[in-house]
Ligand binder design. Structure first.
Ligand code: 5GP
Length: 188
């Protein structure tokens, strides 16, 4: 590990998932998805920016024809709590009609983001099938009943960064996932 990354990791109070653990689980998820979609072309819709690293690693282990689409959504505005609304483009420009769609996101928190995107994809794009893959499922009570077919890890209810997930644009490039040190970030 470079000295620079080691210095950034010291901003973490603790590491929840190290790089090796993440990579092993992502490969296992890719194998499961490949089995489930055997002989099909997969249309991937990746929610940006948080799922960028997860998607890149996952898809490189899926040996199927894939078309990749990205969708910029935001509900956290760079902070540590959901704003309660999901910002996304007014019009979805994908042609997903009659196709098999895999939606990819980084983390399930309240569930508002995924339930909103799933509903829009179903209503506006009319896919043949829609499944969802997430890396992290935060263990917390939630009022939305979101259906998720592929889950990487269940984690505690804490604000996490790394492996694509940020705090005010920082920490996305960390190879591990951890909880920020509250002494450095009293506002969290
Ligand atoms: P939800 O709509 O489920 O409340 O939140 C989902 C989105 O909020 C995720 O896609 C992610 O962008 C962001 N988010 C939720 N929890 C965390 C977290 O612990 N850390 C970071 N960095 N982002 C989070």
């Amino acid at each position: 590990m470079s000295r620079q990354i080691a210095g950034i990791i010291s901003d973490l109070e603790r590491i929840l998932l190290d790089a090796t653990t993440i990579q092993e689980r992502v490969i296992a998820m890719a194998q499961e998805i490949q089995r489930d979609y055997a002989d099909k072309e997969l249309q991937v819709v990746c929610l940006m920016d948080g799922a960028l690293f997860f998607m890149a690693d996952l898809l490189r282990h899926i040996n199927l024809p894939i078309r990749l689409h990205t969708l910029s959504v935001s509900s956290y505005d760079g902070g540590t709590q959901s704003s309660g609304t999901v910002q996304m483009p007014e019009k979805l420009l994908f042609d997903l009609s009659g196709k098999h769609v895999l939606l990819i996101d980084d983390i399930l928190d309240s569930g508002l983001t995924l339930i909103t995107v799933q509903e829009r994809l179903r209503v506006e794009c009319n896919p043949a099938s829609l499944r969802t893959a997430i890396l992290l499922d935060k263990q917390r009570p939630r009022s939305f009943d979101v259906s998720i077919e592929y889950i990487g890890f269940e984690i505690e209810d804490a604000f996490v960064v790394g492996y694509g997930m940020d705090y005010q644009g920082h920490y996305r490039h960390l190879p591990c996932i951890g909880v920020l040190n509250p002494n450095h970030f009293p506002q969290i």
